[in-house]
Structure formats: C-alpha cells, structure tokens
Design a protein around this ligand. Structure first.
Ligand SMILES: [Zn+2]
Length: 271
C-alpha cells in the first residue's frame, strides 16, 4: 500500500511537472474513460484506487520525459536476439572471444546496471562499444525502458542531437541566456543515456560542454550509459584525454560485436 501511495505521489508530481507538455503533446485524455469518467480514480466500496487510464497516462508521461523515441520503446531484454551473434566466429578485436560471448557479457552487464540502479542512485555507469549495427542502441533502449517502467528518471539522448542543442547554447551566449534545459537535465537526471558518442564534428565548445556533463556526473556519481563505435583511443582523439578519463572512471566498459550489421540482416529477413 505504501508503495502504491509513493507511486501515486510520484505520478502526480510527474503530471504537475509535465503539465504543460501534456497539454501540448498529448491528445489522449482521461475524459472519455468509461471506467472513471475522467476522475482518474475508481471506487470499490469505500476504497479508492487509481484508474488504469491514469496509470497509462503516468507511464506515457514518464516516457515523454525520458525522450525515448517511439520505435525504441519496443526494445526489451526479453526480446534481445542472441541468434545474431555467432557462437563459432571470434570477434577480431583484442579479446579472443566469440561474438556470442560479447553479446552475453554486454547483455548481463546491461541487466546488472538496471539492478544496481534500482538499489542505488549511484550505480556505476556502463560503456558499450562496438561496430555499427551490433545492438548497442538496442541494449541502451532496453535499459531505458526497464528503468522508466520502474519509475526511475531517465534521459535518453542521441549525441548528435545533444551536440545541436549545445551549439544552440553557443549562439545564445551573447544574449547572456542561461543554459538550456536539455543540458541541465543531462547533467542532473537520475540516469543519463548518451547514445552514439561517435566521430561527430566536435568543436572546442561542444567538447567543453560534454566534459562538463560527464565531470558533473562523475563528481556526483550519477549512473550514465554511453554507447560508441569508437575505441578509447579514438574517443581520446575526438574528445580529448580529460573527457575520456572521466568516461573510464564513470563506466564499466564492455565490447559488443556481431559478425554482420544486425540492422542489415534484419532488413533482409523482412523482405
Ligand atoms: Zn479511467
């Protein structure tokens, strides 16, 4: 009961915080609900319980805050497909293990990350590196969905989009405006996911901002997931040593690799 109460309270806070966004983006409303007729509560005897439509609304609002793309909301641990990872072929990186083993290790690390986030606000982060189309974003999405489902505050950011935001703060600097919300959220959110920290066009400004996000999260020990198709050495040359060293301190590193680009294989399968 106590747990439900906490959930309700959190839900209400979520709704309050997100009220403007709901008005803007959510055409669905509880008004037409046949069960509660828009009250959000259902009475059974003298007990009031939250209506299913409200629970749905709270959940979808959490997803909205989490910034997880529609497509990605289907990503889940239970649907992770190990069949794309060969049990015979070996990953040609430095470690002598099969593709299947890289998938097992990364998968277990992702689940462990979720477990630790449920136990503590200061779970150790996770760095997933590997070639394009090896399932990194899938795992990151599964982590996000799982955490959101448990009511944990998550922000899923795709790094090129984040860089665009950061650039726009540069343009606004002259007006003396404060940092925009996404950047602040990236620093402080309960769990931050940085998807595709790759070979993008970094400027001194964007590099500094990325550093400040990661440095803040390291100092405050805030759980962070990073996916990248770069090696640590490459990250070093793109982002600079101080940022790479923050990443190393912040995260446990796992390599995930498949013998072929899974997205390509999937698109061929569906033909
Ligand atoms: Zn209802």
């Amino acid at each position: 009961m106590e747990e439900l109460r906490t959930q309700l309270r959190r839900g209400i806070e979520d709704l309050r915080r997100g009220a403007t966004q709901i008005d803007k983006f959510s055409p669905e409303s509880t008004d037409g609900c046949p069960e509660c007729h828009g009250r959000g509560l259902v009475l059974t005897g003298d007990e009031a319980r939250q209506c299913r439509c409200m629970q749905q609304k709270i959940l979808s609002n959490r997803f909205r805050h989490a910034n997880i793309a529609m497509l990605m909301r289907q990503f889940s641990f239970s649907e992770f497909e190990f069949k794309y990872y060969s049990k015979q072929l070996r990953d040609d990186s430095a470690v002598n293990i099969t593709y299947y083993e890289t998938a097992q290790r990364a998968f277990n690390a992702a689940r462990r990350f979720v477990r630790e986030c449920l136990e503590s606000e200061h779970a150790r982060g996770l760095l997933l590196s590997g070639p394009v189309g090896c399932g990194k974003t899938y795992l990151a999405g599964a982590i996000a969905n799982e955490l959101v489902g448990y009511g944990i505050e998550v922000l899923f950011t795709v790094v090129p989009d984040l860089l665009d935001e950061i650039r726009s703060t540069y343009d606004r600097q002259e007006g003396g405006q404060s940092e925009i919300e996404l950047l602040e959220a990236a620093r402080k959110v309960g769990v931050l996911i940085l998807d595709d920290l790759g070979a993008h066009n970094y400027t001194e400004w964007t590099r500094n901002k990325l550093y400040s996000i990661l440095n803040f999260r390291l100092i405050h020990q805030l759980p962070t997931v990073i996916t990248t198709n770069l090696t640590l050495q490459e990250l070093d040359s793109y982002l600079g040593e101080r940022t790479t060293s923050r990443i190393v301190q912040l995260c446990r590193a796992y390599r995930l690799a498949a013998e072929r680009d899974i997205r390509l294989v999937k698109s061929q399968e569906s033909r």
